[in-house]
Design a protein around this ligand. Structure first.
Ligand SMILES: *Cc1c(COP(=O)(O)O)cnc(C)c1O
Length: 434
């Protein structure tokens, strides 16, 4: 399969090039040349397949031409060593719990898959010293760092905004050591993302270092996220609730929802999508006005969605050939204040006993406000509530049990390097690491 750039100014790339480079030379995002539909027989029997079986069929459609079947199967099965259960919350609303992986957020799926696929390419080429740069608003850093921990030939640099991620999130990528370095940036998530993008564009840096990105701009991180949309559908079908499915995705950089849009293109019967946002409502404004106006992000209690210029918006535009009308026909959007998010966490907990995290709360609320009576709604519960411990405990005024996996991370000692948000500082740092 060939990959083209959303900016259409760079040559087509192979999967390997797209994964190793991350971003195309013209700063566009890579898109697969074709999105293969899966046959009706697959959908007919989907409820009888396991998550891994489903995921392998989807992975084969994307990567089967470029990765040997046994290798791909191994990568998929190793990646998905945990379940993604669909849990009933209220009325016609279901939670797709994506937090049962090692770092308790959905990014484990893409992070683990990418680490394994990149590892395969590096071994195949006998490459060494690949540097993975990743900007994080909290959960990406931990998923990517844990996915790559100890992988030979790869060094990971995690850039995160100082003071803007929760202590638990921070511990998950600052305590690992080995081939993982945490860089604490004096700035916002957007500043971190800008530094990573600038590094890829810098000629001198790229002459000296082999750089790649593990943000959702990377196809190896972003496409595997399609797996669980199929599995959500399979679970609904099993309980005979698979008509008029609405999927709501708490969105920041829009990688997760874009993978869902791909799933729909592959024939998955999803009626419509909702992108749930916090006060960073750039996409919401785009739907209203047809104008895309990036703005600096504002801090909210759903901090993983504090994004002012969602990078995968370019993919959404490309997928719908820049048609505002076509986008609006399949995706709607909502935007919530911190107060609305807190109220939702609290109300749902008091009324149903289900504890949402602040991101999932945006997703739940959007469904609650918009589902018609014949529709079945699934929101992606993108992280475990204990990852946002202080916030969630103060909302419900109760202690939240910390899962064992998180407690293990809390025991480690934070190690990080502080850098400014100036690109020159970052560049010098990388050049001196060599
Ligand atoms: C990363 C993240 C999001 C946003 O996902 P995107 O793919 O960037 O839209 C939402 N919720 C949580 C908990 C996250 O970690």
């Amino acid at each position: 399969m060939k990959y083209y750039s959303t900016n259409k100014q760079a040559p087509m790339a192979s999967l390997e090039e797209a994964v190793v480079k991350g971003l195309a030379a013209d700063k566009g995002l890579f898109m697969p040349e074709t999105i293969k539909a899966l046959p009706p027989s697959f959908y007919d029997e989907i409820e009888h397949l396991s998550f891994q079986e489903i995921a392998y069929r989807v992975a084969d459609a994307f990567f089967g031409e470029d990765v040997p079947a046994e290798t791909l199967k191994q990568i998929v099965y190793d990646t998905l060593s945990f379940d993604v259960p669909l849990v009933h919350v209220n009325d016609n609303i279901y939670s797709l719990e994506l937090f049962h992986g090692p770092t308790l957020a959905f990014k484990d799926v893409g992070g683990r898959f990418m680490a394994r696929l990149l590892g395969y390419f590096i071994r195949k080429e006998g490459k060494k010293d690949v540097n993975v740069l990743v900007a994080t608003s909290g959960d990406t850093g931990s998923a990517v760092a844990n996915g790559f921990l100890g992988v030979e030939g790869i060094h990971v640099y995690v850039l995160y905004p100082k003071g803007k991620v929760s202590e638990i999130q921070e511990k998950q990528f600052t305590t690992l050591g080995q081939n993982i370095t945490a860089l604490e940036v004096e700035g916002t998530f957007d500043d971190c993302q800008a530094l990573v993008k600038a590094a890829f564009m810098d000629k001198e840096l790229n002459e000296h270092l082999l750089l790649t990105s593990a943000n959702s701009i990377n196809v190896a991180r972003f496409l595997p996220q399609a797996f669980y949309y199929f599995y959500a559908y399979a679970q609904l079908k099993k309980i005979k609730k698979a008509d008029e499915v609405v999927i709501c995705v708490p969105s920041g950089n829009f990688g997760n929802i874009t993978a869902g849009l791909f799933a729909k293109r592959m024939g998955l019967p999803i009626k419509r999508f909702i992108a749930a946002n916090n006060r960073n409502d750039i996409f919401y404004q785009y739907l209203q006005t047809g104008e895309y106006t990036p703005r600096p992000s504002v801090s909210t209690i759903a901090n993983a969605m504090d994004v002012g210029d969602p990078s995968n918006f370019a993919r959404v535009l490309d997928l719908y050939q820049n048609s505002h009308k076509a986008i609006k026909a399949e995706i709607s959007s909502t935007t919530y204040t911190d107060e609305q998010i807190s109220d939702t966490v609290n109300e749902v907990y008091k009324n149903t006993g289900y504890l949402l995290d602040p991101h999932g709360a945006c997703g739940y609320r959007a469904l609650q406000e918009s589902l018609h009576k014949d529709e079945h709604g699934v929101f992606l519960e993108t992280a475990h509530p204990a990852k946002f411990l202080e916030t969630v405990e103060s909302i419900i005024d109760e202690k939240v049990a910390i899962p064992q996996k998180l407690q293990e991370f809390m025991k480690g000692e934070k190690q990080s390097i502080e850098i400014s948000k100036s690109f020159d500082d970052f560049k010098n740092y990388l050049l001196n690491c060599k």
